[in-house]
Design a binder for this molecule. Structure first.
Ligand code: ADP
Ligand code: MG
Length: 686
């Protein structure tokens, strides 16, 4: 093709190479394999292809109703063809008296069948036959269409490209045994048939093969990183379970651990004893008890003479972790310190010295503070709480702090669907606490409309009369901090009108307050000096107020599912029955109604995460926005869950037997990965 059209393909569709063109996949096919006779057309006919002689044109109507009409005749009858646009051009280019293959959607006008703007193809031979393949329909832009590079032309380009290519240009890369085991079409054929299949079944086989390849290669790349770390990384060894761990476990643990907590501790324990660096993601729903797991692992580190640090996303949360952990450890000789932005310089200096000297075993703090300034004597373990708040890349920074990289445990309460976790965090090892401590009552969740607001407020009054507390949460308006603030203020005034002083006291938290102000307001609520906490979503992460039993979410229709679930997790932390009230406008979208329905039906964070993925697609799930591994051309994390799972297991299986992919069978796979410059990360194995 000429340089101008080539340029257009680059700009509009990002097609630079033959490979790009081959991977510009059709989004559907139309069946023009059959040629029907005109008499077969009936009221239920949809798209049809017929062949016949084009009789004379006629222009009917005026102005807007002006149209060009022609009759098509075959042996069985007449069909009306109609054009509203391009009338002159159509009249010039189509030749009456000749035979055409005609394709289009049948509609009825005044009882007569017609096709509006049909696709017309001149038949040179007398005999007319349909195509021997299904015709691909490609996504194309208006601009491309106007320059004569619409879907049809792209189809023609692809067809001629495919005529030049075969198994030499598109070599097989998957091992033969694998092709046989899963009944997969070979690669060159799959590229042919995904564009020009003769049957729908052939298309599906081609699609299956290429989707599988896509998922398998992405999982293989991630597995190579994992396997490399398992084999080559250096890591400190926590060889023994010692006095601190044992004493705490047998004498000071205030409750029995759940089976899931025990399992996860075992997994981590095994990982940290191997002499390779651990890099593990720990997922557990809100309230599943991740903190105690973190604490036990930190004691394990201390038993082996190593320091640990626990990093939290906010000061409030760091503070709370610090107090909890100090309380848990009150009978044990473990030196624990808190380091946040508000620690005074003199104190800070003392902590730094003690860290360098190795006197501090556990450091708790906000991630920014710990990352930037701290030197340890022998850091052995880094635990990052509520990781979805950080960029995934930030993890890596910490490795540089010590000559031997510390073990890394990333904890998150944002349930991520398994499929998504496998792709986004596929280079990490992965543990799940899939069980809540016994005796937890599910939070009773209801959806209420604005019109019954006063009843909702009455309900809060009743709970407060019982000595309980309530959260009232307002949405963050991301586009504008100012609007956000005004919205919250309006809400606050409104709440105040229902709950006047001095019978009621209200705290307020929002993003414009200083850390100190937030801290004070939060503390007043925690100390029960106030009964109501009005807040934007800054409250979302981790904070624990067991006496709060009501969570009202204002404008709940503006929140995504995961966020609603996170917010709901702020209540139901004590012994009392808790409630979550989703307050929405009277008139909301179907999508929003669906979200409210899911929230009222389940408390299961993983189920909610799956639904979230289905409703929003992977690109919008928190923390994954710029995630490369999600850019699949064909596969879908929602629809192809099972295939992804298979691909992941298979990748692990292959690397287990042949970690370098050196066997004759796997060599083509290795060569392919090596040639994909920049995409494979053998080099990232340090
Ligand atoms: P999250 O996983 O959301 O961080 P936490 O670690 O804050 O959860 O735990 C929530 C609450 O449950 C805490 O008060 C904690 O002490 C308690 N808890 C944790 N594990 C257990 C258990 N096995 N049995 C009873 N209570 C537990
Ligand atoms: Mg937590």
């Amino acid at each position: 093709m000429g340089p101008q059209r080539a340029d257009l393909l680059k700009k509009e569709l990002g097609i630079f190479t033959f490979k790009d063109l081959l991977e510009h996949f059709p989004h559907r096919h139309v069946d023009k394999t059959k040629v029907s006779s005109i008499s077969q057309i009936g009221p239920e006919t949809d798209y049809i292809q017929v062949a016949g002689k084009l009789l004379q044109f006629e222009i009917i109507g005026e102005k807007k109703a002006k149209r060009l009409v022609a009759q098509l005749k075959d042996n069985t009858g007449f069909l009306e063809l109609t054009w509203f646009q391009g009338i002159n051009w159509i009249q010039k280019t189509l030749q009456t008296g000749r035979t055409y293959l005609v394709f289009g959607k049948v509609s009825f006008f005044q009882g007569r069948a017609q096709i509006i703007h049909p696709e017309m193809e001149l038949q040179t031979e007398e005999k007319t036959t349909g195509k021997n393949y299904l015709e691909p329909v490609y996504p194309a832009t208006e601009k491309l269409k106007s320059k004569g590079l619409g879907g049809r032309q792209i189809g023609k380009l692809t067809m001629s490209l495919l005529k030049m290519t075969g198994a030499n240009e598109i070599p097989e890369i998957l091992p033969d045994t694998l092709l046989m085991r899963f009944g997969l079409m070979n690669r060159a054929e799959a590229y042919q048939k995904i564009h020009f299949p003769s049957t729908l079944n052939e298309y599906e086989q081609a699609l299956k093969r290429l989707k599988f390849e896509e998922l398998f290669l992405s999982q293989l790349r991630l597995a190579i990183i994992r396997s490399g770390r398992h084999r080559f990384s250096k890591g400190v060894v926590f060889e023994k379970v010692g006095h601190l761990f044992n004493t705490f476990y047998s004498q000071h643990l205030p409750f029995e651990l759940t089976a899931a907590q025990k399992r996860v501790i075992k997994e981590i324990r095994a990982d940290t004893a191997k002499g390779h660096q651990m890099n593990r993601l720990l997922q557990g729903d809100v309230g599943s008890g991740k903190t105690i797991v973190a604490l036990l692992i930190m004691l394990l580190a201390a038993d082996n003479g190593f320091q640990s640090c626990l990093m939290a996303p906010t000061e409030i949360l760091a503070q709370q972790h610090f107090e909890n952990i100090k309380n848990f450890l009150r009978h044990l000789p473990v030196k624990t310190e808190l380091l946040t932005g508000s620690v005074k310089p003199a104190e800070r200096k003392r902590i730094f010295n003690a860290l360098r000297g190795g006197e501090i075993q556990i450091l708790i703090g906000t991630h920014a503070v710990i990352e930037d300034t701290v030197e340890f004597k022998n850091l052995g373990l880094v635990i990052i709480d509520e990781q979805h708040r950080f960029g995934v890349a930030q993890r890596a920074k910490l490795w540089e702090k010590s000559h031997m990289p510390p073990h890394i445990l990333v904890m998150t309460a944002t349930p991520i669907p398994r499929t998504l976790a496998m792709s986004v965090y596929g280079d990490l090892d992965y543990s799940v606490i899939n069980e809540l401590p016994p005796g937890r009552q599910p939070v009773h969740t209801v959806h209420r409309y604005e019109s019954v607001r006063s009843k909702v407020m009455d309900f809060i009054k009743k709970e407060i009369a019982k000595g309980r507390q309530a959260f009232i949460i307002f949405p963050l308006i991301e586009e504008s901090a100012k609007l956000d603030y005004e919205n919250l203020m309006k809400g606050y005034e409104n709440v105040k009108a229902y709950f006047p002083e001095p019978a009621y006291w209200i705290s307020m938290l929002h993003g414009r307050q200083s850390i100190q102000q937030k801290e004070t307001n939060m503390q007043r609520f925690v100390n029960k000096d106030t009964q109501i906490m009005v807040s934007t979503t800054v409250i979302e992460v981790g904070v624990d107020v067991p006496n709060a039993t009501v969570m009202v979410i204002e404008s709940a229709e503006r929140f995504g599912l995961s966020q609603l679930h996170q917010l709901r997790g702020r209540v139901g932390r004590g012994a009392e029955k808790s409630y979550c009230i989703l307050l929405t406008a009277n008139d909301i979208s179907n999508d929003a109604r669906e979200r409210m329905r899911i929230m009222t039906e389940t408390n299961d964070g993983f189920l909610i995460a799956e639904k979230d993925l289905e409703l929003r697609g992977p690109g919008d799930i928190e923390g994954t926005r710029q995630s490369g591994p999600l850019n699949f051309k064909l596969a879908s994390l929602v629809q192809d869950r099972n295939m992804l799972e298979t691909a992941r297991n298979l990748a692990a299986e292959i690397l287990e037997k042949d970690p370098e992919l050196n066997s004759a069978e796997n060599l083509k796979l290795k060569i392919y990965l090596d040639n994909q410059k920049g995409k494979t990360t053998w080099s990232r194995i340090s």
